[in-house]
Write a protein that binds this ligand. Structure first.
Ligand code: ADP
Length: 492
């Protein structure tokens, strides 16, 4: 550095520096301003020197300068402080500033020198990096969320769903699928879908699978019969959808619905139509024969008239069952609710049933209180008539039939017990189904509608009905209705 005065040398360094170098008094008045400061902040040294340094401090940071000055007065240095400054044109610039105190010969602080560096670029790339990271995180979260949503639907839907590849290997199954087939997920995943078929059907199933997987337009849905491990068979309706990657089908989504019940009902409906037309046609045959007989003989014949009356009664019963069916199914059932004394109602039903059978022993056992329910008199009467009619129909003459009325917590119950042949335990659950007829019903007029209609009437009253039975001992049908009142009529 020979020959060059140190302050000149320093001035040259300051002037050529890429960093904005400013010095200021302790009051914040600018004393020097290099050309990098001009480039960064837009003010020339002439414009800046002598003015307050707050010139380049944003208005929304009023506390910044006083706090910096305070720290300097305490002799502190400020290193790489990242902040914002305002340019002459009003735009803001991100800067990193280091500020150190300037001391006089006695070591007193007389001002400060600040070195500022434009960090817009650094900030921008930092922000970009953060934005990218945020975007990646958002995408991951969205994927995780959509996966979770998909999983929730997959798990919760009652539709049985399976995912399988081109070879028929199962990739995934949902809980409804496992339930339908009576197997755990482990028994499917990684194995051929064909395990759900009976041994005889497996080859056909595999061929069908291949055909569907490769069909240009697979059938919208198809029905198949499957066999569960416990040997039970179910009918299912399946729909196929495909996962496609690069224009190629990679997996099949099968959505499967159990249609066994629908099939059973369809069949029952067919049977019903066959049975109803048969049951309605046979009284007609008798009617015609008797009428022809009367016509031929041209005289009153008590026997024929009685037969005609019996057959019309029988037909009338069948037709009224059909009419009831339409009413309870078609929503045409309207109840005229009123307070009803169930005890009186049951007693009246028993009295009426006595007219139907001269052979059965009919007995009434009433509670010792008046049991009041809200109900439709005719409909509740019909419930009892139906149960009493069945008891008479399905039990031996001379045997006893007991009708009982009792009050249980919150409920009023009417039961009809007979000493008939009883009902096999496995028939009990189907007893109240539409068109259900038991093995003991052959020879008896009926369409398998009586108990179904009875149940619908009871349920329309907010009640429930069930049967208990022991083969060879008898059956008891109980109707329970919500009870509104029970008044003691005799102290016990
Ligand atoms: P239906 O009498 O027309 O067959 P229901 O719906 O009244 O139709 O009864 C359904 C079936 O329930 C009958 O076919 C019969 O097998 C059985 N069942 C009903 N009541 C009794 C009873 N008291 N004892 C034995 N079996 C009965």
């Amino acid at each position: 550095m020979s020959g060059i005065p140190t302050d000149r040398f320093l001035a040259a360094i300051v002037e050529s520096s890429d960093d904005a170098i400013i010095s200021k008094t302790l009051d914040g008045i600018v004393t020097t301003w290099n050309s990098a400061a001009q480039r960064l902040y837009g003010y020339t040294p002439e414009e800046a020197v002598g003015r307050e340094v707050s010139l380049i401090i944003p208005r929304d940071r009023p506390g910044e300068l006083p706090s910096i000055m305070q720290r300097l007065r305490n002799g502190e240095r400020i290193d790489h402080f990242e902040t914002v400054r305002v340019r002459k044109d009003g735009t803001q610039v991100d800067v990193s500033v280091s500020i150190s105190p300037i001391l006089d010969d006695e070591g007193r602080i007389i001002g400060a020198a600040s070195i500022g560096r434009d960090i817009t670029e650094k900030r921008r790339s930092e922000r970009e990096r953060q934005a990218l990271q945020q975007q990646a995180e958002d995408e991951l979260a969205a994927r995780t969320e959509s996966e979770a949503r998909f999983r929730a639907v997959w798990e919760a839907t009652s539709e049985a769903l399976a995912l399988s590849d081109a070879n028929g290997t199962v990739l995934d199954v949902n809980p409804a699928y496992c339930e339908l087939y009576g197997r755990s997920a482990d028994e499917f995943i990684g194995k051929s879908f064909a395990v759900i078929f009976g041994a005889d059907d497996q080859v056909t199933a595999a061929t069908l699978y291949e055909a569907i997987f490769n069909a240009a337009e697979p059938p919208r849905s198809y029905e198949v019969r499957i066999t569960r491990p416990d040997g039970t068979e179910r009918f299912v309706e399946a729909r196929a959808d495909f996962l496609v990657r690069n224009g190629k089908r990679v997996a099949m989504v099968s959505a499967i619905r159990d249609i066994t019940e629908r099939k059973r009902l369809d069949q029952a409906q067919m049977d019903f139509v066959a049975m109803a037309s048969h049951d309605l046609a046979s009284p007609l045959t008798v009617l015609r024969a008797r009428a022809q007989l009367l016509q031929r003989r041209q005289r009153y014949d008590e026997d024929s008239v009685q037969a005609i009356l019996d057959q019309t009664t029988r037909m009338g019963r069948l037709i009224s069952d059909l009419r009831e069916l339409v009413q309870v199914e078609g929503g045409g059932l309207s109840l005229m609710l009123e307070p009803i004394n169930l005890r009186d109602l049951a007693q009246a039903a028993v009295a009426q049933a006595r007219a139907l059978t001269s052979t059965h022993q009919l007995r009434f056992e009433g509670a010792d209180c008046e049991i009041i329910v809200q109900g439709d008199r005719d409909r509740l009467g019909q419930v009892l008539d139906n149960l009493l009619g069945n008891a008479i129909k399905y039990s031996a003459p001379e045997s006893e039939i007991v009708v009982r009325t009792e009050a249980v917590t919150g409920e009023a119950r009417n039961s009809v017990g007979d000493q008939g042949a009883g009902i096999p335990a496995d028939s009990l659950p189907s007893l109240f189904d539409r068109f259900y007829r038991g093995g003991n019903s052959s020879g008896e007029a009926g369409l398998g509608l009586g108990l179904y209609i009875t149940r619908m009437l009871v349920e329309a009253h907010g009640g429930r009905i069930w049967a208990t039975s022991e083969e060879g001992v008898g059956s008891t049908f109980t109707v329970a209705l919500p009870r509104t009142g029970c008044t003691e009529i005799s102290a016990t």
